[in-house]
Design a protein around this ligand. Structure first.
Ligand code: AHM
Ligand code: MG
Length: 329
């Protein structure tokens, strides 16, 4: 059987389609790939790696940080700061924009990421993930206007991806030309292509939501959940892991819908626009699915703050539309 291309071969192949490509973007993706490999190795060691348990601090959003959150964030910064391709980085774990240290050259891309999503699942061997988004620095704004460059709507992303650390480690990414998936081969340390041009099923009888918040949801979402359990719905199932990457990965491959609506406790929803909703919305749309906050397409939202939250309904087009038929936000 012929060997499947590695991620590196695949992205270099993509780069060769464009005569003007300088290789900077390819090198950046390569660094991200390496950071996720390092994180995957650390997670794989589990209790043997002294990385489990809570960190002494909470993060900028007042959430409890796990040791692995802090280590994964550090790996992402260290692996991506030196290459000369980035103007700055934004992380879920850092309050402010991370400027590229003065000893390294600056580039024209911005890297926005959640280094380890699904923190509550870290210590119990349940799937967790990394999510990333790449933007171009705006030509029209001076380099010093950092927030102008970062607060761009999601449709301007030039690439987005995620890595799921599970029974195997899988990376999915898009540059706006379909979604491609790679599995990490631990024997040689390379990601190998496992699915090119992934498509999300147009419908699927699975809904994914933390239904314990039922009484806190808007009435329309409650109505949808009542419908999903009705005879009319005819056999919907519920799956909720509590790791966005894992719940999204299943939805991408099997179809269905993931929902994190507003709650009384989190009136804007819990998930973050820049490094959770936007990258996954880009991937969902590239695979034929859709993503909305109940009012608008996620990718059209203009961010106003680094850690802005958003409601998120994402998945198969027919299932997202069905939620919207109950909840026109
Ligand atoms: P985190 O970034 O602190 O890990 O929080 C995000 C996670 C998502 O992975 C998941 O979809 C959600 O929080 C689960 O929240 P809840 O426990 O309220 O259901
Ligand atoms: Mg997160």
């Amino acid at each position: 059987m012929p060997l499947k291309s590695t991620l590196t071969e695949f992205i270099i192949g993509e780069q060769r389609k464009y005569n003007y490509a300088t290789g900077g973007f390819t090198a950046l993706l390569n660094d991200i790939r390496l950071a996720c490999k390092r994180i995957s190795y650390l997670i794989g060691k589990g209790a043997l790696g002294s990385a489990l348990g809570a960190a002494p601090a909470t993060n900028v959003q007042g959430e409890r940080q796990m040791k692995l959150d802090v280590m994964a964030n550090d790996i992402f910064l260290r692996t991506n700061e030196w290459g000369g391709h980035l103007a700055s980085m934004v992380s879920e774990e850092l309050e402010a924009v991370y400027p590229i240290p003065a000893q390294y050259p600056r580039g024209r891309y911005l890297l926005v990421f959640d280094p380890l999503d699904g923190s509550s699942n870290i210590d119990v061997n349940v799937s967790i993930g990394t999510i990333f988004s790449i933007l171009h620095r705006l030509e029209e704004s001076p380099a010093t206007h950092v927030m102008d460059h970062i607060l761009q709507p999601g449709y301007k992303q030039i690439a987005a991806g995620y890595v799921i650390y599970s029974s195997s480690t899988v990376m999915a990414y898009t540059t706006g030309d379909g979604v491609h998936m790679f599995t990490l081969d631990p024997s040689v340390g390379a990601y190998r292509l496992c699915q090119e041009n992934v498509t999300m099923p147009p419908s699927g009888k699975t809904y994914s939501i933390n239904e314990a918040y039922y009484r806190q949801f808007p009435k329309g979402i409650q109505d949808y959940l009542d419908w999903a359990k009705s005879d009319e719905a005819n056999g919907y199932g519920l799956r909720y892991i509590g790791s966005l990457v894992a719940d999204f990965h299943r939805t991408l491959l099997k179809g269905g819908v993931f929902l994190y609506p507003p709650t009384k406790k989190a009136p804007e929803g819990k998930l973050r626009l820049l490094y959770e909703a936007n990258p996954l919305a880009f991937i969902a749309e590239q695979a034929g699915g859709s993503a909305t906050d109940g009012h608008r397409r996620i990718l059209e939202k203009v961010p106003t703050a680094l850690h802005e939250r958003t409601p998120l309904i994402i998945g198969s087009r027919a299932e997202v539309d069905r939620v919207l038929s109950f909840w026109p936000g």
